[in-house]
Design a binder for this molecule. Structure first.
Ligand code: GRF
Length: 231
């Protein structure tokens, strides 16, 4: 039984509960966030299991890495499905076969249908390379430079039906330099992502994060004290 058979507006157990938190990770490319997350979980002995790594792109390098790391890894090529809905249905069934507590989108470059998002409500988490709500969508680093803003970064959020607008769990920021190109900025933000996503996965594994029906996110410390609530 998944932790999330419990209502989404309550913590289902105490922080640091002994139950292993089950993750499925969806990727489309190199999977550098996947690697950062799994390595962090292993190095810090998190009470987390990575039940399945799934890519919608057959050439995704992250799948090879997952196999070498001894993780169950599968390609579900979206191009072999007649519709977005049909792909999402197969993806959802494959995920649910693992009974995950959380589904992590880590460089998963495909928009999911509202039905899929509703099915995994409160369990679906994404990383986006900007400080949301600014610069939702694609080509964020290029657009940041063009706009002249002085601050950029990344956001980890629960996924809701509105693209890149779900409740925010955590953000990390950096100053934009006059020397930044889109490529340089992308590399700098990616390094931030590699710090932030593993940290959030640690909170999830410790059952420190809750998402309620009003879309608020609460973070507790390991002693069960509320330390942050979104507004
Ligand atoms: C990351 O910047 C992520 O935010 C974006 O895709 C990029 C590549 O991620 N959505 P990864 O190396 O495949 O984890």
């Amino acid at each position: 039984m998944s932790k999330h058979d419990a209502p989404v507006n309550t913590f289902s157990s105490s922080p640091n509960a002994t139950k292993t938190t089950r993750f499925v990770v969806l990727i489309s490319g190199q999977g550098s966030n996947l690697q950062a997350i799994v390595n962090h979980a292993r190095n810090h002995s998190l009470n987390a299991s990575f039940e399945h790594i799934i890519s919608n792109v057959p050439s995704a390098q992250g799948i090879e890495w997952a196999q070498r790391a001894g993780l169950p890894a599968t390609i579900i090529d979206h191009r072999s499905f007649v519709s977005r809905q049909a792909f999402d249905e197969t993806l959802a069934e494959t995920i649910e076969a693992c009974s995950p507590d959380y589904v992590l989108l880590a460089g998963f470059m495909r928009i999911l249908t509202p039905a899929f998002v509703r099915r995994f409500r409160g369990r679906l988490i994404n990383i986006h390379p900007s400080l949301l709500p600014a610069f939702s969508g694609l080509r964020t680093h290029q657009r940041v430079i063009e706009s002249g803003v002085s601050c950029h970064g990344c956001t980890i959020h629960f996924v809701t039906e509105e693209l890149d607008h779900g409740p925010i769990i955590a953000q990390a920021a950096l100053p934009v330099s006059s020397e930044d190109t889109p490529e340089r900025l992308a590399a700098r933000v990616l390094a931030l992502e590699h710090e932030l996503y593993p940290r959030v996965v640690g909170w999830l594994a410790n059952n420190q994060i809750a998402f309620n029906d009003k879309g608020l996110v609460t973070l507790r410390d390991v002693n069960n004290r509320h330390i942050w609530k979104s507004s």
